[in-house]
Write a protein that binds this ligand. Structure first.
Ligand code: PMP
Ligand code: GLN
Length: 378
């Protein structure tokens, strides 16, 4: 048979986590916390199971959870979605992204992807017969040239994917970026797929601008979110997407034949837990402490960095330490020093001469201290 994804290799996350395990290295590669999710949330899942919520949920998700989701978005971004026709609870953001791509991308369609990009977008586009059109963000700062984006849009462009706060760079789009994007898309029928899984993890003066907050974007946007990132339970694989009803109707057609619905008791738990906004509004502060701790421990080391503005990732530049490629350096860091990270080239369009590694700082203080000790010696 001929593979539908001939260029696709094992995900870098699997490669690095497997190597970390093999060499018993400290694992700051794959993006997940090494501390526990809230006991209250676990108790709510158990409670829901004991109360008998163990059969199929409605396809779009249970009504009380959809209600909490639309309320949260209205509070934070001033956009009101209809909980009955404009929300779907999904198996993590990965499924939301996949559903949106599958629902809209036809063979021959072009989809603009800003690189570096999360690794699930391009294979999903290719499975639909679509063509990823890659635009490299510029410089070590990874800035978007919106004129270049505008120039790439043509009659074949079906979709554009953005991700803010951005994995792996930690950049956060400013209001100006969102306004420029709004101008670029004005008058086109391009669908915007907005990956906002790190929406609550922003630092210092940065603010998360959701596509839902801009009318010219919201009218064409599928906005994807992840409870796993927000509530420290990536293994539960729960998330959601919101979109105008005409778009959501198409997404739900795919949902129906894909999984129909997602884990019911967990939905009950999140519907309760989301009633307290403090559970997500303090997340930026929580991770800012982690970032600051990690970076203060790195003071004086030979890596160069500018503090991440959002997400739980920090890039470290090793160009003054070694001329190896980022993959070589990352592998040596695991084998010789016992610390796992992600080489940024895995997300990039071409092997740029950036020499950066991505470290996930969603880790206990003890792990951050041990990691910094290793990095200080390099
Ligand atoms: N998008 C980005 C940018 C991510 O970093 C992740 C997490 N790996 C996802 C989507 C997927 O989120 P989830 O774990 O909820 O499927
Ligand atoms: N989003 C996580 C990261 O960027 C990994 C998710 C996965 O393993 N697919 O590290």
């Amino acid at each position: 048979f001929s593979s539908k994804l001939p260029k696709h290799n094992t995900s870098i996350f699997t490669v690095m986590s497997t190597m970390a395990y093999k060499y018993k290295a400290l694992n700051m590669s794959q993006g997940y916390p090494n501390f526990e999710t809230d006991q209250q949330l676990k108790d709510l899942v158990t409670k829901a199971m004991n109360e008998g919520y163990n059969q199929y949920a409605p396809l779009p998700g249970i009504s009380p959870l959809r209600e909490q989701i639309v309320e949260k978005i209205e509070q934070l971004h001033g956009k009101s979605y209809d909980k009955n026709t404009e929300v779907t609870v999904t198996d993590g953001a990965t499924q939301a992204l996949y559903l949106a791509i599958t629902a809209f991308v036809k063979p021959g369609d072009e989809v603009i992807v800003l690189k570096p990009a999360y690794d699930s977008y391009e294979p999903a586009i290719e499975l639909c017969g679509g063509k990823p059109v890659l635009i490299q963000m510029q410089g070590k700062e990874y800035k978007v040239d919106w004129q270049e984006v505008a120039a790439k849009i043509n009659s074949k462009t079906r979709m554009l994917i953005i991700n803010t706060p951005h994995n792996p760079s930690g950049n956060v789009f400013g209001k100006e970026d969102m306004q420029k994007l709004e101008q670029v898309l004005n008058g086109t029928d391009v669908i915007l797929l907005s990956d906002e899984v790190y929406e609550h993890i922003v630092f210092d003066d940065a603010k998360h601008y959701s596509a839902s907050a801009f009318s010219g974007l919201a009218e064409r946007a599928v906005v994807c979110a992840s409870f796993g990132k927000t509530f420290h339970n990536t293994g539960w694989k729960m998330g959601y997407c919101v979109a105008p009803s005409e778009l959501m109707a198409e997404i739900q057609k795919v949902m129906e034949v894909n999984v129909f619905c997602v884990h019911h008791p967990t939905q009950r738990a999140f519907a309760e837990y989301l009633k307290q906004p403090a559970h997500y509004l303090n997340l930026g502060k929580f991770y800012q402490q982690k970032r600051d701790k990690f970076l203060s421990l790195l003071e004086g080391c030979r890596f160069n960095f500018s503090p991440s503005q959002g997400t739980y990732f920090q890039l470290l530049d090793f160009s003054e330490i070694s001329s190896e490629s980022d993959v070589e350096f990352a592998e040596r860091l695991i084998k010789e020093h016992g610390l796992a990270s992600i080489p940024v080239s895995a997300f990039n369009k071409e092997n740029l001469d950036h020499r950066q590694l991505r470290f996930c700082f969603a880790k206990t203080d003890e792990t951050l201290e041990k990691a910094a000790e290793i990095l200080q010696k390099i």
